[in-house]
Design a protein around this ligand. Structure first.
Ligand code: T4K
Length: 382
């Protein structure tokens, strides 16, 4: 399709994502019951209801709610008694390696798979030392890690497996929810996520004893009025967050369907652009529809990723370069031998190619077509 005239910029900024904003009355109704109860924190009725509902929705055996995903992941490291070194991916949000640092664990970076952009299990073995205690994989954008490959290597070396599933609300592998893999999976319910509670998160685990330990750790280690059994932290989700979560949950399916329609537009309109590849998932993975990401190969495309990102801003479109900069290039991690770019060629290349486009139901098919027109226009005029 040839677009000659310059498309009109959006009147208002168009961001990479927008949260589900349910009708205010629905939230007010939930809040009324919180008000009546006078119970605002520490596992009240809304918290219990949301924990149950999400355990079902996410197909988790056991689930614990948290005040955000980062604290959930921090607690998971403690609960799994991770220490020394943990092998992880550099292609993630900084929270992932930061959580390891906050637990006095050294993040050791393994390169990623060029197709799934998740940690490459074949690169893990060479990084294992006598200090390694676990693997921290990240299900990026909605895609899932190679869960079988990771499990195999973990068993070979006797390592724990923790997943950062911040983006993976609803991701499935061979029909199984990601919550059922590894020792623990973290979910983020930040406002930028498909399902949200403004801020929030959860840990899904298979082992009931681990769930008990997690629940103690997120509440100062308090067992009862007389016993504090471990040095815990405050990771509790409050009742206002839980009330919002209960309301947002009713709208998640519709949002996911709306995002599916946008993905179809982007796939069709951008998939054939020279030097652009759209993110096609392998058949055995169901996406959470968290982000829609294209890759721009600047050796082939008329315009590189960064130029496209800048030019889109002129149209009032604020795409994001998740995950640039690569975590291994951050000052706090770059000195570790595993962080050297020579060890991470795939992650370094892909961090320069990815662009997350506006992807939220309220954008509408028309909005996705307009963004596509803009990208076509930028390509034709560069
Ligand atoms: N692991 C991974 C792989 C993660 O991606 C994240 C978080 C975590 C761990 C940690 O989970 P949490 O502790 O956050 O639960 C955002 C989010 O703040 C962050 O939660 C998220 N990942 C990350 C990928 O995205 P920024 O710095 O890009 O946020 P910001 O404020 O620039 O927001 C992006 C766009 O979203 C804005 O341009 C507009 C829109 N937006 C944002 C907010 C907060 C809204 O429309 N409404 C809002 O309320 O990090």
């Amino acid at each position: 399709m040839v677009i000659s005239a310059s498309p009109a910029p959006f009147a208002e900024p168009v961001f990479v994502t927008r949260p589900i904003v349910p009708p205010m009355e629905e939230f007010v109704r939930e809040l009324e019951s919180v008000w009546r109860s006078g119970w605002f924190a520490n596992g009240g009725a809304q918290h219990r209801t949301l924990e149950d509902a999400l355990r079902n929705t996410l197909g988790a055996r056991h689930l614990s709610l948290f005040n955000n995903g980062t604290i959930a992941l921090t607690v998971a490291c403690r609960a799994l008694r991770l220490s020394g070194e943990v092998i992880t991916t550099p292609f993630t949000f900084p929270a992932t390696p930061h959580v390891l640092s906050w637990n006095n664990i050294t993040p050791v970076f393994a390169d990623i798979d060029p197709v799934t952009m998740t940690i490459d299990p074949t690169r893990i073995g060479e990084l294992v030392t006598e200090r390694t205690t676990g693997i921290l994989g990240v299900h990026v954008y909605g895609m899932a890690c190679d869960v079988d490959g990771i499990q195999k290597i973990a068993e070979e070396y006797g390592l724990r497996v923790l997943y950062d599933g911040a983006h993976s609300f609803g991701t499935e592998v061979d029909g199984r929810p990601v919550a059922q893999f590894g020792d623990a999976t973290m979910f983020s319910f930040h406002a930028t996520k498909l399902f949200h509670s403004a801020e929030g998160g959860a840990l899904a685990v298979l082992d009931p004893l681990l769930k008990n330990r997690i629940d103690l750790l997120k509440n100062f280690g308090i067992k009862n009025e007389n016993e504090v059994v471990m040095p815990g932290i405050n990771g509790k989700m409050n009742e206002i967050q839980a009330a919002l979560g209960l309301v947002v949950l009713r709208h998640v399916d519709a949002e996911r369907e709306a995002r599916g329609r946008l993905a179809k537009v982007y796939d069709e309109r951008l998939g054939s652009l020279e030097g652009v590849s759209v993110f096609s998932l392998p058949g055995h993975v169901r996406s959470s529809m968290q982000y829609y990401v294209i890759r721009v190969d600047e050796k082939v495309a008329p315009v590189g990723r960064d130029r496209l990102y800048e030019k889109l801003r002129e149209f009032n479109v604020f795409s994001r370069r998740y995950f640039h900069p690569l975590c291994s290039s951050l000052n706090c991690y770059r000195s570790h031998p595993s962080a050297s770019p020579q060890n991470l060629p795939v992650a370094n290349r892909i961090a320069g190619e990815v662009l997350a486009l506006p992807f939220f139901g309220a954008l509408g098919v028309e909005g996705a077509n307009r963004v596509s027109d803009m990208i076509h226009h930028i390509f034709q005029n560069s």
